[in-house]
Design a protein. Sequence first.
Length: 399
Amino acid sequence: MTQPSQPATKWSAVWLAIAAGVVAALFVGKVPPALPVLRHELGLSLITAGWLASLITVLGALGGILVGLLTDRIGGPRLLVWGVAILALGAALGAMSSGAVELLAARFLEALGLVFTAVSAPSVIIAGTSPADRGMAFGIWGAYLPAGAGFAMVTTPWILEAFDWRAVWWVSSGCAAAMALALMLGLSGRAWPERPGPRPSRSWSDIRSTLALPGPWLYGLCFAFYAALYFVIATWIPTFLIETQGRSLGEAATVGAGVTAINVGGNLLAGWLMHRGEPRWRLMIVAFLAIMGASWFVFADGAPDEFRIPAAFFYSLFGGLLPAAALAGAPGHARNPAEVSTCNGIVVQCSNTGSLVGAPIMAMLVVALGGWEQGYWMMICFGAVGIALALVLRRIETR
């Protein structure tokens, strides 16, 4: 008996969703380089500047699941357009801000747009790909954050030097507006990879049963521990190199940007490996083992100084195997298409929670134990828990 052929992957829709994610990630990377200028021009306190940088993560940590439920209700393509349009509006309002309150309100809109984009784009990718291409597509999607944020961190200083911080906000608004237009044109009519418009409402019983699925939570928790560890290295490696090796600010910043950017390679490698049939739980275990091993060479007092920077790159590169695996795996536990975005929302909420708490935990650990050389114990503990979660996931997926 002839098997029915699977629909071909709609790569145009997939690439649009990935491009939307990269544009959204620009809004993560544009703020850190601009903080000194913002504090000077607008008189922002250190605390206010911290909220400006972290608000985009806080909203994701609090609202990822709710946005997933909303996406399941109205459809991924529509919410993806909304998300990118909200990013454009938030950046435009931010560019016109005259004080801290207005800028924080605009940043709230940017954070909302980012969460909408991060949760809804995977549903477009799932709807637009055949099962054979899904691993590769999610490997590419997993690179959206380091690619977009890293690009913004590199280019923002140039714009600041040539113009001012408002130009950075206007450029990001223009990029998001152009992306929203491209999505409306590219995901319209017959080009939509899934049916647009409202979907049948789901009962609270259905929602509770979706939230009770163990698979998405296991993927989400693995992502949370990884995100905490990734943001430790991305946040603190410049400071660590300045304080322990006497590196200049420029040298340390360049290393930090490189460590962020190389994570993209791990994401793409994971996509290729999943395309070849490598189990997702195994990729996550390899990622945690790489982080645990490399962390000693980065932070430990007895590690050779010449190994610290290469180890940081190794840490980020092979740690990058995990995001693609988690983002691809969680929707696979949905029992029907109406649950896909809720499963995505669980992963997004967990990952943002990890991103939010990782750097502060590392800072407290270094202060409590008396130096950077003890910081790698956080990587050992978090990595061990992540491996245990991945092994539980293996048992569930191999039943």
